[in-house]
Design a protein around this ligand. Structure first.
Ligand SMILES: *Cc1c(COP(=O)(O)O)cnc(C)c1O
Length: 277
């Protein structure tokens, strides 16, 4: 049960103070996104995990917007559980399966609520009573999508070759560059920065707000060759993947956003046809 008022103080940063105050002996699990999908605010995993553990609670981190984008230190933070998807910064492609992390000493203690034959002890015995396999394999269910899993490997190999520290360094430079361009080129046209200013608490995407965000987003996608996505109520979200996003790409995207607003290209689109991908 959510307790207390844990809304973001400004719609951008995580409500760390309120969360910390709300975690007490009645808390079983603290579940957060490491990097949040809308603003890219990134929680201090070690700090929140310490608070949770002090109250006797476990933590579960959603790494969908963090894995492959920021340094994720599950072991150092002593995080308990984590999940995430492989089709964002891990380059697994559409339909890539999700992943699960369970801290080693919890693997024997937790049970998989979605039991299936692959999580069964001695699965080829086809025993009619379910006994979980020892260790991590108990979290398997049915047969995994093998072809989709094979496609993850080259994407992850590229990340490993580049190294997360170098990727993160370039990502910080690129998000800083985008923020500088927002300030000089876009702020006067009604765009707001809906991501944190401080790189230390920011992931690898930038959300820019605008009263006509939905229509601007459509114009960018349909006519300008820029593919951001839209998140209610007014966010244009630009994902920066340092492996293949160049500084010139960022400059061009900003220049095209300018054109869409200055030449009122967005006015060709219907504000009512709101659909999110
Ligand atoms: C993208 C995303 C997911 C993806 O989940 P799948 O079931 O693997 O598609 C989960 N959580 C968050 C916060 C996401 O942004």
């Amino acid at each position: 049960m959510p307790r207390g008022n844990c809304a973001s103080p400004d719609g951008i940063h995580g409500p760390v103070e309120a969360l910390t105050a709300a975690i007490d002996v009645d808390t079983a699990l603290v579940s957060l996104s490491h990097t949040v999908f809308k603003s890219a605010y990134t929680y201090d995993m070690a700090e929140i995990t310490r608070t949770a553990h002090a109250a006797g609670a476990l933590t579960l981190w959603d790494l969908s917007h963090a894995a492959g984008a920021v340094s994720v230190a599950l072991n150092a933070a002593q995080a308990d559980l984590a999940v995430g998807c492989c089709y964002k910064y891990l380059n697994g492609g559409p339909g890539a399966p999700a992943f699960l992390y369970v801290r080693a000493d919890l693997q024997e203690k937790l049970r998989n609520p979605i039991s299936g034959w692959m999580g069964q002890k001695n699965m080829f015995n086809f025993d009619l009573t379910y006994t979980p396999a020892p260790g991590l394999p108990r979290f398997f269910s049915g047969t995994p999508p093998v072809l989709a899993m094979a496609a993850i490997e080259p994407g992850v190999d590229l990340l490993l070759e580049a190294g997360i520290d170098r990727l993160r360094a370039k990502s910080v430079q690129q998000t800083e560059y985008l923020i500088a361009l927002w300030e000089s080129e876009l702020a006067a046209l009604g765009f707001t920065l809906n991501s944190p200013r401080a790189a230390a608490v920011r992931g690898s995407h930038i959300s820019l707000g605008h009263a006509d965000a939905w229509r601007i987003d459509q114009a960018l996608i349909q006519q300008m060759g820029v593919l951001p996505d839209f998140r209610k109520p007014d966010n244009i979200r630009l994902g920066i993947t340092p492996l293949y996003t160049s500084f010139a790409d960022i400059q061009q995207a900003v220049s095209r956003m300018r054109t869409v607003v200055e030449e009122r290209i967005y006015a060709q689109y219907n504000a009512a046809e709101l659909a999110v991908t």
